[in-house]
Design a protein around this ligand. Structure first.
Ligand code: URA
Length: 434
């Protein structure tokens, strides 16, 4: 256990706490509270917190430490309260993948079934896209809402997708930026506490987690993804938030598009009753989980998708945030087609390769301050298991800046293959953890 604070000085000494964790000790609850608050207030230096994050990376956190760490991150900022709404609330969080536009059709679909969806989302960094970047492709749409605007829209429309305000878990905001530049992102307790502190502070009463597994995901193998999911479900349950996780496949992209406006169009296609089968399947699977977690497991979301109710909510949700649901979406100025060189079956299409290509075409950003191209991205003409003939289009690359094509093509090298036999079909939903 942490040595108790010495009399007459600051409650704890950051160096002693770092040594304690580095040597495999356990931090006492008050030490965790102090550390995170002192870091948020600037009393614990960035380099000290970097050392602590690395110590946690190697030593982990006990269950007690993890619960306290998460609670301290929540306590560093404000907590939203949706208890005054006339309907239950449920949120969804995805750990991020390529072509993962599911939030776009899902939030209005669940709202159309009578459950409010407060979806605080982020921007993309690296090869996975961000929900806000996607929606900003819709002319006029704005991500920034005050808490009062968010509550009013939740009551009126039932669904909000907007940026998380800076008041929510500020300790996480600072720590996540630090982890990003110190090689300490890939730690299960740090990821779980980071995600769950924001979701619990947001005030939802139920939460469904989509934990991605595969080459295009944070978690490359199923055992790690399962451990992350179990940790997050435990944290949610301990905080009184009904939490369920699905482990889902992210070895090849979801749907047929990766890129901002391209993914909005695909989402609208799903809301109109069409769209790729895998996007529809995952949207409905997550909607069923969300409705179940919110106590409305009796409602069938497929009906609300088929009869246009979900599309109505989408249109109202976009309008409420200044967007025009009828305006044409931006299109990239230039396209280039990647073609098959032989006859056969598409045996693989690597999510990471497609995500990197979309990023290099301008759909994502390398630094937080970069802007993104709304029309840039990758369009898939075939999915693994589909037949192709030599000369058939496999992918179309979209960008406003054609000098990006070479680097995008380089990202795709070795990222897809054509062979004689169809690959084994993998289920989209690998496991459910509740
Ligand atoms: N997303 C988060 O919000 N936090 C992490 O640590 C990783 C992904």
């Amino acid at each position: 256990m942490t040595p108790p604070p010495a009399a007459g000085r600051a409650p704890y000494d950051a160096v002693e706490l770092i040594r304690c964790k580095r040597d495999g000790g356990e931090l006492e609850p008050a030490a965790v509270d102090w550390l995170l608050q002192a870091y948020t207030d600037g009393e614990v230096a960035e380099e000290q917190m970097a050392a602590m994050a690395m110590a946690v990376f190697f030593r982990g956190l006990t269950r007690a430490e993890l619960g306290r760490w998460t609670a301290a991150m929540i306590a560093s900022g404000e907590r939203l309260d949706f208890s005054g709404l006339s309907r239950p609330t449920v949120d969804k969080h995805s750990t991020g993948g390529v072509g993962d536009k599911i939030t776009l059709p899902l939030a209005p679909l669940v709202a159309a079934c009578g459950v409010a969806v407060p979806q605080l989302s982020g921007r993309g960094l690296g090869h996975t896209g961000g929900t806000l970047d996607k929606l900003e492709a819709v002319p006029g749409w704005r991500a920034g809402l005050s808490n009062a605007e968010m509550l009013a829209q939740l009551e009126d429309v039932g669904a909000v997708i907007c940026a998380a305000g800076s008041g929510l878990a500020p300790a996480d905001k600072k720590l996540y930026a630090l982890r990003d530049v110190t090689g300490t992102v890939e730690s299960i307790p740090l990821i779980a506490s980071s995600i769950m502190s924001k979701k619990i502070a947001e005030g939802t009463s139920a939460l469904v987690l989509d934990v991605k597994v595969g080459t295009g995901a944070f978690m490359k193998d199923e055992a790690d993804a399962r451990a992350l999911a179990e940790t997050m479900v435990g944290l949610g349950q301990d905080a009184g938030v009904t939490t369920v996780a699905l482990l889902t496949q992210m070895s090849s992209p979801l749907g047929l598009t990766a890129g901002n406006a391209l993914e909005v169009q695909e989402s609208v296609d799903v809301l109109a009753g069409g769209g790729p089968a895998d996007v529809v399947e995952l949207t409905l699977a997550l909607a069923r989980e969300m409705l179940g977690a919110a106590g409305r497991g009796d409602v069938d979301p497929a009906a609300a998708l088929a009869d246009g109710r979900a599309m109505d909510v989408w249109r109202r949700m976009i309008r409420a945030q200044g967007g025009d649901p009828d305006a044409p979406l931006p299109r990239a100025r230039e396209t280039e087609v990647v073609r098959a060189e032989s006859d056969g079956v598409l045996t693989s299409l690597d999510a990471m390769a497609v995500g990197l290509a979309a990023w290099r075409l301008g759909a994502g950003r390398a630094r937080r301050e970069d802007s993104v191209q709304a029309g840039a991205g990758v369009e898939l003409h075939v999915k693994p298991g589909d037949r192709v003939r030599a000369g058939d289009p496999v992918l179309t690359l979209h960008t406003d800046t054609p000098e990006r094509f070479d680097r995008a093509r380089a990202a795709l090298e070795g990222g897809w293959s054509v062979g004689p036999e169809a690959p084994r079909a993998e289920p989209l939903v690998l496991a459910r953890i509740a």
